[in-house]
Design a protein around this ligand. Sequence first.
Ligand code: SF4
Ligand code: SF4
Length: 733
Amino acid sequence: MNGQRFKPHHLSIVVGVSFAVVTVASGIAGAALAFHDDSEESRLVFANIPDALQVAFYTVIPILLVIGAFQFANRMKNWERGKPDNRATTSKNVKRRLRDFNAGVYMQTLLREPAAGIMHSLIYFSFLILLGVTTTLEVDHQLPESAKFLHGGVYKGFAAVGDIAGLMLVVGVVWAIVRRYGPRRMRPYRIRIKSKPEHAIILGTFLLIALTGFAAEMFRLALQGRPSFEKWSIIGYPLSGLVDGSSNLAGWHQAMWVAHVLTFCAFLIILPTTMLRHMFTAPLNMYLKNKTRPKGAMKPMPNLMETSLETFGASTIEDFTWKQLLDTDSCTMCGRCTSVCPAHATGKPLDPREIVLKVGEVMAATGSPKVSPPIGTDPEITIAANWLFDRVTPEEIWSCTTCRACDEICPVNIEILDKILDMRRYLSLMESNFPTQLGSAYRGMENSGNPWGISQTERADWANDLEGIEIIDGTHPLEAEYLYWVGCAGSFDDKNKKVTRAMAKLLQRAKVSFAILGPAENCTGDSARRSGNEYIFQMLAMQNIETLGGMGVKKIITQCPHCFNTLANEYPQLGGNYEVVHHSQFLEWLISEGKLDMSGAKLEERVVYHDSCYLGRHNDVYMAPRKVIGSLAGIEIVEAPKNGTNGMCCGAGGARMWMEESIGKKVNDERSEQLVATGASRIATACPFCYIMIDDGVKAQGLEEGQVRVADITMHLLEALENADAVTNVPTV
Ligand code: SF4
Ligand code: SF4
C-alpha cells in the first residue's frame, strides 16, 4: 500500500496533465463556439491559419506538456531517494519562506551582481509576460462576444505590452549571448570555464521564439493592411512597413507562425531535460531555504557510542537528504560559488559548482529511470555505480576551508558545504581517509584535550603573571557572572596568548565578573567535527557539556569564532544550551554601555578588518568587530574589496589549520596581499586562526618590521587604552 500513496512526483504529472486537458478543451471550445469580436480594433485569433494547423497546434502542445510532466516527475523521483529533512511550512516560518521565495522569483539574490541580475531578469520576466499575453489572448478568444475585453484601448495596451516584452527578451538574450560567447573581456571567468552546447541551445531557442514572434506579427500586420490602431504594436508595426506590399504575405505569415510555434515546442522539450528546469526548481529551492538548525551548525548525528547505524556520512545518493538532491536540479550553473571559493582561487582541486554537478550526475545516472545529467557532460564520463567518489575526489573534499562563501553567494540557496561535510564524514569515519597531518591534531585532541597536544596543565599559564584571574577547577559551581572560554589557541599559541591577556585585562578594566576553567577546559571539537571525525567531536563535547552543566554555566564569552559557533550552535544538539557571546560583541556592548572607559583611547592608524568566516558568514556577526575598532579616536577604517559576506577566508577553517597546503598558492598569502593592498598600517582580526594565518601571510610578503601590524581587535583596543593611561599619568612638573 505504501508504494501506492501519493508521492511528490505525482504532483508533476497531475499539473502537466491538467494543463494539457485545459489546452485541448480550449482548442475544442474555440472551434465549436467560434465567438467573434466584432470590434474593429481587436485581433482575430488564428487569422490566416488553416484549420489543419490549428488542430496540429492543439494536439502537439498538450502531448508535449504531458511528456514534459512525466520527464519532470522522473527527476522528482530522484529527490525522493533522499533521507528526510524537515522543511515543513509552519505558522512560524511561513513569512520567512515567502520572503525567500520572493527573493528567488524576483531575482533579488541575482541582483547582487547587477549586470547578471538585470540580464537574467530581462529574459525571465519578459518570458513570463509573453506567456501571460498569449494566455490572455486565448482566454479572450473563448469568451462570448459580450464578455470579450481585448478591443479598443485595452487591445492597444495589450499589443504594446506584448511588443515591449518581446523586445526585452531579445535584449536580454543578446546580452546573455555576448556574456557567454562575446569578446573574452566581456565573459566572466565563471562563465568562460563552463559553457556547454546546452547553453547555446537554450539561448538560441529563446532568441528564435522572440524573432519568429516578431516576424509572424510583421507579416500579419502587413497582410491586414497595417491598420492604424496596430501602431501600438511598437515593434511589429514599423517592421510591417518593411514588407508591406510584398507578394505572398499570407504564405510568409503562415510560415513564421509555424516557426514560432515550433520554437515554443522546442522550449517545452528542453524545459525538463536541460538546466532550464531551474525555472521551476530554483524558486522552490529558495522557498525551502529556512531550516531548523542555525546556519553555522553541521547536521546532527546520533550518539556514535550508542547508535546501531553501520554507515555514516555520504558515499551514495541515498545518504543525502531530499533537499540536498533537489539542490542539484536547482543549480543554474552560474558559477558564483566558483568565483568566491578561496580554494579554487588559489589553485586547489576544488570547485563548489562541480561538487553540486557531480553529485547531480551520479543521481541522474543511477535514477530509475535514468534522467539527463544536470548539464551535458563530456562523453568520456561514465558513471558505473551509485558511488559519489566515482566522480568526487577526496582531494576536492579536503581542499575546502568550510568558509561558506559558496552557500552565501548562491542565488538559489544551494547548500554546497553540507554536501562536502557529509562526504568528509564518510571518508573520515568509514575509511579513515584523511590527510595524514590531521592524525597528530586528532591524537592531541584525544590524549591532551587540545590539537596542539600540549599538556592541559599548561592551559592557564598565560595568566601566571596577571593578577585577579579566577581559575575554577570545573567541580564547583560558577560564581562569576561569565565563564571566559579561552579556547586552545588562546591557551597554547604564543601569538594568541597575547589576545587572551588583552581580553582579560579589558574585562578587568570593565569590572566584568568572570572566571576561566584553565586545565578543566577541553577543545570544543570544532576541527574534529569539520574534518568529519564525529567520534572525537562527541567525546570532547560531552566532556565539556558535563563540566559546564555541573558548574551551572549560563553565560560564556569566547574569543574564538570556532568555539563560539560550536558552543552556541552545535552543543545544543547534545544538550548543552548556553548564552554565548563572542568577544567582539561583548566588547561592543561594554563600550556602548559605557562600562569600558574609552576616554582618550586613540590610535592614529589606517586599519583594515579581516572578516572571520565563522563569525561572519556562519553567524552574521559583521559589525561588532568594526564598531569596536571604530570606537577608537584617530582611526581610519578601510575595507578590503572582499569584505563582509564576500570576505575571503584566511585558509584555516574546516580543520585546514592542521593540514599542509602544498597545492597552488597559499590561501593566507592571497588574503594577506589583498589586505596589505588596502594601504592599511594595521590589520585587525577577531579569530585566533585568522590572526596566525594573516600574520604569517603578511610576514611572507617580506614587509619591514612594523610596516603592517597584524593583531586581534582586543590588542589594538588595549594598546590605545594603555597609551591613554600613559598620557593621563604623565607627572606634571
Ligand atoms: S566552503 Fe569555501 S572553500 Fe569550501 S567549497 Fe565553499 S567556498 Fe570553497
Ligand atoms: S551552486 Fe549556486 S552559485 Fe554555484 S553554480 Fe549552482 S546556482 Fe550558481
